[in-house]
Structures are given as structure tokens and as C-alpha cells.
Design a protein. Structure first.
Length: 489
């Protein structure tokens, strides 16, 4: 047996772009700013090199839509790094990867088993593919007020009831760091000839240190979409689509990507993927070890602060949490009398600290390879000060996450159906013609084709009251909502 050693210290795409710049090529190609000369104000702020790297496809730099040179070489290195057979660079975020996975795995009318708390991109993939979602309800932690992962038992039950489903879709990990038992889910799905596709938007780093949960490629999943930019160091919008095995043909994947992939992929974004991959492989254990140490220290310190609870590995083994990513620093603020939204605003206004997201009971801080001890210390000290000023009788606002609404028509049919506009408070009983979601994390409170209930309306009104960022609706103020039907009598 011949063992081929792969040199992960190389950055073939980045090297080719640097050579292009060093050669002082005279550009008569797009983009029109011509190495920054046509956009001087931006050059003066971020520097000339970044604009000179903003180039387009050509023979020596390869073509992202049909790579045969340095992009292909860089993608092979990425696949090897993640234990995949194939890797495809994405420049429209993991959203495009999730949609390509669903398009690749499903045919119009075929069923896909998926958690109801999936990201909006999954529902976009459902609309584009024409697949029929079969929702698995996630576990709910009522103390924290958040949805968790899905149980392997619920997935097995969904597979039993839908034996002709084409695919199972899983999120690994959730925004707050919980993972499902993906190894068991993959085994069960494959036994029933179903492919498994995994949204790993928040797990790009997990492959590169032993203290993290297992990843999609490690347990034999067929595809995963990975946001390298979120937690592993590349630039925003740059992600990777990974695949392995024969359940989903590579030609089908390439065709699906071709439907939505740009013909003008950013070389700046792709170079950042090339460099981030090299760093993950060569220094990942060291850098992620430091991030874990910071997160563990912060969690310990925060849990000494009255009124705060930084949840972590103690959740492992409970329903909806098979394993936990410790770099997701979720902090429950319920006992302070503040909402998560208020704490997020106070941290920014008073301490110049911006957290990743907030909800009614929690805030989430992401600790990554780019964090410094002084930054994490500043967050802990700011939370101490906020706790001291909380008052002696905090008002705790109770709420219930509403039950997942009933799907009446498929998201695709709802998307193409005629719509009418009604006031949100008058919409109970109507069928949603658009999504309403809090962002981040971008999980729909109501999805296209679902029956709107009073509980859902009350929850949306509560989110509005508390200043949550709501997206997806025709009306930016969410006073009105589009539902199925016609305005004509």
C-alpha cells in the first residue's frame, strides 16, 4: 500500500494570487476598480494589497466554477484537512452550502427529515428543491428558554414513519453549542438508504482539537456545510461544502452548486479559506486549546457572579444535548431582571463590548482562536458591574416557547401561492405566506405554509416589545404579515 503524504503547509491559491500581484499584471479584466485605482477612498482606508487581491478568474488563478488548477488543489487540501473526499469553496456563506446540500440530496416531492429549529437557509433549500419537510421537534430547555438538539430516538421514529424519505438533515452544533448523537443518526439513516446532510455552520473548528464534539465527516455523514469564517479564521462569507461516500453523486453536487454559485467568486475570500485551512491543520490544537482555556476560565468566573449562569458541559446527557462545544459561552441572565436583549445593549453602550447574539433569557459570546485574555477579562468584569446594578427585586418575565405550528401546505407551495396582507394580531388561523424569524440566529418562529396560532402571535409581539431584530417579513415593522389567500372578495 502506497501512503501519499499531503503537505498541509502549502497555500496554492494564495501563492498564485501573490504571484499575480508581484508580476504587476496590467489588468484589462474585471473588477472595474482595476486594483483599487478606481476606488481610492477604500484603498486609503484598508490598503492597496487587499484591492489588488480582488481579481477575477483566469488561467493561472483558476476558475471557481470549474476548477482544474490552484483552486482545485486548495480544495483537495481542505478536503484532506476535514477528513472528506471532496471540498468546494463557497463565497456566499454556509447558506449556499445548505441549499446545495438539499438540492443534491432531494428531488421534488421527496421527503427530508429535519429539525424544526433549522436555520432559514434550510427552508430556502426546501423551497428551491421542492422537497417535503418532515419536522422532528427539538428538545426544549425551559429553564434556559432555548431549543436544544434533536434526539436520535425521535429521528428513528421519523424514519420509521417515513421509510421512503430521501435524506436526514441535522444541525451540529446548535447556535448555543449543543450537539445531537450524530453517529447514531447517521448509522440509522444509512441502514434505511437515506443520506445524511449536516449544517455545521458553527462547528468549523471542532475537527482540530480532541475536546470538541464529533463532526459530520468523522461519523460518516454524506455532506456538511461548514462556516470556516464563523469560528475558524477565514473572512466573512467564506465557507466550505464537504462530501464523502456514494449516497449523493458528485456530479449531482456540482450541478446543484452550479445553480446558485456566482461566476465571479471573490479571490480574497477564497485565499482566506486557503490560509485558514493551513493554520487549522498546523496550529489548530494549540490555538483551540488556548480558546478552550479562555472559555473555561470565563465560564468559571461568570458562575461566581450573582444572578448569572454560564451553562456548559453539565448539560451533556440531558435531552437534546449529546455533547457540548465549550467555546459557545452562553450566559443565562434571567435572575438579573434584565432580558438578554437589554444585557446585549448595555454591554455595547457602557462597555464597548458586542456579543454574538441575545434572546429573552440569554446572551451568547463566541470564544475563538482570535480572542485575547484581556478581551475575555473585560467581558467578565463588565458582567460583574452589570450584576451589581441589577437592584434587589428583579422582575423576571416568564414566557413559553410556542409549540411548533402545524404545516398545512409545503413551504414551496406557500411561496408560490397568492398572498394577502393582514394585521399580525388578526392573523390567528391563517396560513403563513412568509417567515418571521429572530436574527440572529435566523430560526423561523413561523415558517411558510404553517398555521399561525395565538401563541405564535403573542411570542412575536413579545419579541417586538423587547427590541428583538425580526426579519423575513414584507413589513419591516412586523405590524402586518403576508398570509395565503387573496385580497379580492
Amino acid at each position: 500500500m502506497i501512503v501519499v503524504r499531503i503537505n498541509q503547509n502549502r497555500t496554492p491559491l494564495f501563492d498564485a494570487v501573490k504571484k499575480y500581484i508581484d508580476d504587476n499584471v496590467i489588468p484589462f479584466h474585471v473588477p472595474g476598480h482595476k486594483q483599487g485605482r478606481g476606488l481610492r477612498e477604500l484603498v486609503e482606508y484598508i490598503g492597496e494589497k487587499a484591492l489588488r487581491m480582488d481579481v477575477n478568474g483566469m488561467k493561472d488563478l483558476d476558475f471557481a466554477n470549474n476548477p482544474t488548477g490552484v483552486i482545485l488543489e486548495a480544495q483537495k487540501l481542505m478536503a484532506h484537512a476535514y477528513g472528506a473526499e471532496n471540498a468546494y469553496f463557497l463565497v456566499n456563506g454556509t447558506t449556499s452550502g445548505v441549499q446545495a446540500m438539499i438540492l443534491s440530496a432531494c428531488d421534488p416531492g421527496s421527503r427530508i427529515i429535519m429539525p424544526r429549529n433549522a436555520h432559514r437557509s434550510a427552508f430556502g433549500g426546501i423551497i428551491l428543491s421542492g422537497a417535503m419537510p418532515v419536522y422532528v421537534l427539538p428538545e426544549i430547555n425551559r429553564e434556559l428558554g432555548i431549543t436544544m438538539g434533536i434526539s436520535a430516538e425521535k429521528v428513528r421514529e421519523a424514519i420509521r414513519k417515513n421509510p421512503h424519505a430521501k435524506a436526514v438533515f441535522v444541525v451540529n452544533p446548535t447556535y448555543y453549542g449543543m450537539t445531537s448523537d450524530i453517529k447514531s443518526i447517521v448509522r440509522t439513516a444509512h441502514m434505511h438508504d437515506m443520506s445524511v446532510i449536516i449544517d455545521e455552520a458553527h462547528g468549523a473548528h471542532m475537527m482540530f482539537h480532541d475536546d470538541f464534539p464529533l463532526t459530520a465527516m468523522e461519523v460518516g455523514a454524506d455532506m456538511s456545510a461548514v462556516s470556516v469564517h464563523k469560528t475558524a479564521g477565514s473572512l466573512t462569507q467564506s465557507s466550505v461544502l464537504l462530501s464523502r461516500g456514494a449516497f449523493i453523486p458528485q456530479e449531482r453536487i456540482r450541478q446543484s452548486l452550479g445553480l446558485t454559485f456566482t461566476s465571479s467568486a471573490s479571490y480574497l475570500l477564497m485565499c482566506s479559506l486557503d490560509i485558514a485551512r493551513k493554520q487549522l491543520v498546523t496550529r489548530g490544537p494549540e490555538l483551540l486549546g488556548e480558546a478552550l482555556e479562555l472559555a473555561r476560565w470565563a465560564r468559571e468566573e461568570i458562575n461566581r457572579i450573582p444572578g448569572l449562569y454560564a451553562f456548559g458541559r453539565e448539560l451533556t446527557g440531558r435531552e437534546g444535548c449529546f455533547d457540548f462545544d465549550e467555546t459557545k459561552l452562553g450566559i443565562n441572565v434571567r435572575q438579573t431582571g434584565y432580558t438578554g436583549y437589554q444585557v446585549e445593549a448595555l454591554l455595547r453602550e457602557k462597555f464597548n463590548i458586542q456579543v454574538e447574539m441575545s434572546d429573552l433569557y440569554n446572551i451568547l459570546a463566541i470564544v475563538s482562536i482570535g480572542d485575547r485574555r484581556e478581551d475575555v477579562t473585560a467581558l467578565v468584569n463588565a458582567l460583574r458591574q452589570l450584576s451589581l446594578g441589577r437592584g434587589s427585586s428583579p422582575k423576571i418575565r416568564d414566557f413559553e416557547i410556542p409549540e411548533s405550528p402545524e404545516m398545512i401546505v409545503t413551504p414551496r407551495d406557500a411561496f408560490y401561492n397568492s398572498k394577502k396582507t393582514v394585521r399580525l394580531e388578526d392573523s390567528a388561523g391563517e396560513i403563513a405566506g412568509e417567515m418571521v424569524m429572530s436574527y440572529p440566529p435566523g430560526i423561523p418562529v413561523i415558517c411558510l405554509g404553517e398555521r399561525i396560532t395565538k401563541d405564535v402571535i403573542d411570542y412575536i409581539m413579545l419579541l417586538k416589545e423587547e427590541g428583538c431584530e425580526l426579519q423575513g417579513t414584507y413589513d419591516p415593522d412586523v405590524e402586518y404579515i403576508r398570509v395565503l389567500g387573496s385580497n379580492s372578495a
